[in-house]
Design a protein around this ligand. Structure first.
Ligand SMILES: *[C@@H]1O[C@H](CO)[C@@H](O)[C@H](O)[C@H]1NC(C)=O
Ligand SMILES: *[C@@H]1O[C@H](CO)[C@@H](O)[C@H](O)[C@H]1NC(C)=O
Ligand SMILES: *[C@@H]1O[C@H](CO)[C@@H](O)[C@H](O)[C@H]1NC(C)=O
Length: 152
């Protein structure tokens, strides 16, 4: 009981208009925390993968990502659900820019499947970009890697 009251007080504090910005940076019930993972699953002995990811007000990385390395970061979704992260990839002569997050349920708006997780897991493969999604038909926490887009 006492714990619930403390929680309610904390939530009220968070929605107070003149709240401290340092407090707003912490994720809350209204601005849940999400994680993005971008994993290099390209074949070995191929050119190095370079990745640059960013949002309107956040810069993640502009660096080479090794095979099987997991480039990951977290953020608090905004009150307006307007967070959008994109990544640019360079692999040998190929390059691609994709949106890696702009939707709390699907990770990306055009996702065919639900995600249901508080993280979005991407894999960069030879034939394109894969996103982990929930298989609603199979149920039982069955996830699979959905081929979202190609390199070109
Ligand atoms: C991306 O690749 C295309 C060819 O597919 C090329 O024309 C373009 O210059 C490349 N852009 C960058 C930034 O490397
Ligand atoms: C979902 O699971 C069902 C049953 O296991 C399977 O037949 C189907 O191929 C799966 N769908 C995807 C997109 O993986
Ligand atoms: C889910 O798992 C349970 C227990 O392992 C099993 O009985 C059930 O048939 C499974 N459901 C599906 C849709 O596979």
């Amino acid at each position: 009981m006492a714990l619930s009251l403390i929680k309610i007080f904390f939530l009220l504090l968070l929605i107070t208009p003149d709240l401290d910005l340092s407090l707003a940076k912490k994720c809350s019930f209204f601005t849940p925390k999400y994680e993005i993972h971008v994993i290099n699953k390209l074949p070995i002995n191929t050119p190095q993968l370079k990745v640059h990811c960013a949002s309107k007000d956040d810069e993640i990385a502009n660096k080479y990502v090794a095979i099987n390395e997991d480039l990951h970061w977290s953020f608090c979704e905004s009150f307006t659900l307007s967070t959008l992260y994109f990544c640019n990839f360079w692999w040998g002569p190929k390059n691609k820019s994709i949106t890696v997050f702009d939707d709390v349920l699907f990770c990306i708006h055009h996702g065919l499947y639900e995600n249901l997780l508080h993280y979005c897991k991407w894999e960069v493969r030879q034939d394109g970009f894969y996103l982990e999604m929930y298989n609603t038909t199979a149920g039982n926490n069955t996830y699979f890697m959905d081929h979202d887009s190609d390199w070109s």
